[in-house]
Design a protein around this ligand. Sequence first.
Ligand SMILES: [Zn+2]
Length: 413
Amino acid sequence: MSIFIQQVQLNQKRSDILIEGSRIAAIGEKLTAAADQIIDGRELIAVPAFYNTHTHAAMSLLRGYADNLELMEWLQKHIWPAEAKMGAEHIYWGTKLACLEMIKSGTVFFNDMYFFPQRIADAVREMGMRAAIGMTTLEASPNAELIRQNNEAIWANRAKLPKTITLTLAPHAIYTVCGETLAKLADFASRENLKISIHLSETQGEVEQCKADHNGMTPVEYLDSLGFLSEKVVAAHAVHLTDSDMQLMAARKAAIAFNPCSNMKLLSGLMPFRKMSDAGVNVTIGTDGNASNNSLSMFDEMKAAAITAELSAQTTTACTAEEIFTAATRNGANAFGLDAGEIAPGKLADLMLLDAHTPCLVPSHNLLSNLVYSADSSCVNTVICDGRILMQNRQVPGENEIIDKATEYAAML
Ligand SMILES: [Zn+2]
């Protein structure tokens, strides 16, 4: 399978891009090649696609379900009771809806933490995206045993997953999983070479409770005392870190997922982007779930990231558009060991083609500035993941059925 994109705008020049199999084979001003599919790129701009590093995709069925609440009340009184009604088919159609929304806004990968991982994997495979699918641990849940059985089932079946899907360990948080289990999971991740996702220091309340329960240690210090922190870890939120917490995260090579919309909507706080980046932590960007955002658009998330970076540092020079775009693309790919996030020969063929004639991209004094501060998903014309076209001319195969089924399943909650 090969795709030949002709005369597209790439890094402010006209270029041809040849994709063979799952990788970018060649880039040049005038290539000659035969290909299975040819795309006329004269009105299009090629940029890397997005890597969304923290989601609960199927929560798309709960979009708009419980707004105007802080994290703990939102979770305990509204979200957990609604989730108790969700079966495997809710998860499947909720995940498909999320995939559709992500593809339409230029995202090719997401790191998911939810339930019924096999049905999440089915949805991702059918939509053609990449995903890191979490085997969630939530000891506080009444469904802990069912969750464990579903994790065991997909783990036993892992050889049958496509190469675009990897499994991760996903202990929910330090307040829902005990220290002994966290240490065991870190050990398992190390032996099996798996990534681990966890919600970390999301609220000031979580930090205070951790200090009270664990000899004055912050959540980061507590996880480190368990041997949990390593390059395998991608921690979501990380809003309330001390300077020494940030240094510890950088020393252990743990990455973080910056979730500015969710952090602001649930009043969790402002993640200090400048300080975190300067400490040497790999900062990636994630949207969190649709019940606390309520969008999966990485365009929206980049703009919020840039603006909250300024607000938390109290300076207009807290970040550049390039840093934020890199966090949403290459940093996320790197955090999951994907040889992607840049349009260059040899890299995985994950990219989007933007309509140059969309109002939000005009004029083009600075493309990166437009991408971060003014663009929305209306400019995304074509999305390519692993050398396959997932959307062309804004059409995704099967989208009407997904909308209908997601509406139907959401109505049951
Ligand atoms: Zn989350």
